[in-house]
Write a protein that binds this ligand. Structure first.
Ligand code: KG4
Ligand code: ZN
Length: 341
């Protein structure tokens, strides 16, 4: 079964084709970073307009990459939420119009399910059950994944998401947008031991996170420290250390609590090189396997939507009635799990 996926929930337009037998056949991505950088954040109206401009050329590109004609597609998937409403509507309208014209089934996918299943795009696929650490610009969650659609939220941030804390701290350090990767690059040049930031909410039980205070601590330190060469990179390194260490401590707790031996990292912050390195070392020593999607599939992309849509369609799911886009869509309000034989 060949399913084309449309992702347009925020500032990336992503299209991809996933085949249930052959795997990923094609994927193409357009990032709007340069469009929004002057504003220091995503401007929703500009995002929607840019999705409109890019969706058709990207459709043609993936069809060409895969060497398929439209009649060879079996289904269409698109991100139905959560995300920016205007941006979601562009992908939803394009996907539904295509489905209508080709008389194909169509399905609205939960963006977070896309992120959660993205490691399945790789050769080494994690077996269920596993703990997923979902760290993006909008979410920081620990989820127990027992199967497709079988997601149990174990803990989440009570304020800023990890990616959001990276972005806001980067902005205060005078870096551009989006700040996460820029702060990470600056941190590589710094000495993390020059400053110390506490690891929030690790000295009490539970799996929730809080990153707002950490961001404020980094900004306060930046404002009160007398400037010296390398000060910004030292603060960036200490901040990054604190975020990664906090995520590591909570992941250790989650695998212990659930008695599991596999961790999957999903979402944009999963692209962080230091996080990947540190998790690999620490968890390997504990006999715990860590799985990551390749870096381009950590951040938003069409491949994870094509994959999630394909898995659900292969199990017989589709949306006959127009599923409205859902800018807010709690993970625990997801469609039913797919039962395995
Ligand atoms: O999953 P994603 O592409 O979009 C959603 O939020 O759904 O994640 C984007 C977030 C941004 O906050 C970005 O700054 C962060 O992921 N990010 C990083 C890195 N690459 C992306 N944060 C830290 N280090 C990175 N290398
Ligand atoms: Zn995302």
């Amino acid at each position: 079964m060949k399913v084309i996926g449309f992702e347009s929930s925020c500032d990336e337009t992503g299209l991809a084709i996933f085949d249930s037998k052959a795997g990923l056949l094609a994927h193409a991505l357009h990032s709007q970073i340069s469009l929004h950088s002057d504003y220091g954040g995503v401007v929703p109206e500009l995002a929607s307009r840019d999705h409109v401009r890019k969706i058709q050329p990207l459709y043609e590109e993936v069809m060409k990459q895969a060497g398929l004609t439209a009649s060879e597609l079996d289904g269409i998937a698109y991100t139905a939420g959560p995300g920016l409403v205007g941006a979601l509507l562009v992908g939803a309208s394009a996907a539904r119009a295509l489905a209508w014209s080709l008389k194909l089934p169509v399905i609205g996918v939960h963006h977070m399910e896309g992120h959660l299943l993205a490691p399945m795009l790789e050769d080494e696929v994690p077996e269920f059950p596993y703990i997923s650490l979902l760290v993006s610009g909008g979410h920081t969650m620990l989820i127990r994944v027992d199967g497709i659609g079988e997601y149990q939220l174990l803990g989440e941030t009570v304020d800023d998401a990890a990616g959001e804390a990276f972005d806001k701290t980067a902005k205060m350090l005078g870096l551009g947008y989006p700040g996460g990767p820029l702060l990470a690059r600056l941190a590589e040049l710094g000495d993390g031991s020059k400053f110390h930031f506490s690891r929030p909410m690790t000295n009490r039980p539970g799996l929730d996170f809080s990153f707002s205070g950490l961001k404020t601590a980094a900004i306060t330190e930046f404002r009160r420290t007398v400037d010296y060469e390398g000060m910004r990179s030292d603060i960036a390194a200490a901040f990054q250390d604190a975020v990664i260490d906090t995520l590591r401590i909570k992941c250790e707790r989650a695998v212990r609590q659930e008695d599991l031996k596999r961790i999957v990292i999903a979402g944009g912050v999963g692209a962080n090189r230091m996080l990947r390195e540190r998790f690999q070392t620490v968890f390997l020593e504990q006999g715990i396997q860590v799985f990551y999607p390749r870096i381009e599939f950590c951040t938003d992309n069409g491949a994870m939507i094509a994959l999630a849509g394909c898995l659900r369609m292969a199990a017989g799911e589709k949306d006959d009635e127009p599923l409205p886009v859902r800018p807010r869509w709690p993970l625990n309000d997801m469609r039913s799990p797919i039962r395995r034989a």
